[in-house]
Design a protein around this ligand. Sequence first.
Ligand SMILES: [Zn+2]
Length: 73
Amino acid sequence: MAQQSNQEPKQAPPCPICGKQAAAEHRPFCSKRCADVDLHRWMKGAYVIGGEAVDDESASWPADEMFGVAPKH
Ligand SMILES: [Zn+2]
């Protein structure tokens, strides 16, 4: 994120993950690796926003305490 736009703007936009020039076969990313990184980020985001596909993991979450559903005082 430090460097910006010293490259020709005619080219495809740089890889949003690492800023390298995107490769045609992996557009808009420069490589499959960056595409995967973005995919994982996206999935994580969807996870949080959707909040429905978390059945298994929610077991280890202190959700009840966080929401303070049942005050036991
Ligand atoms: Zn990249």
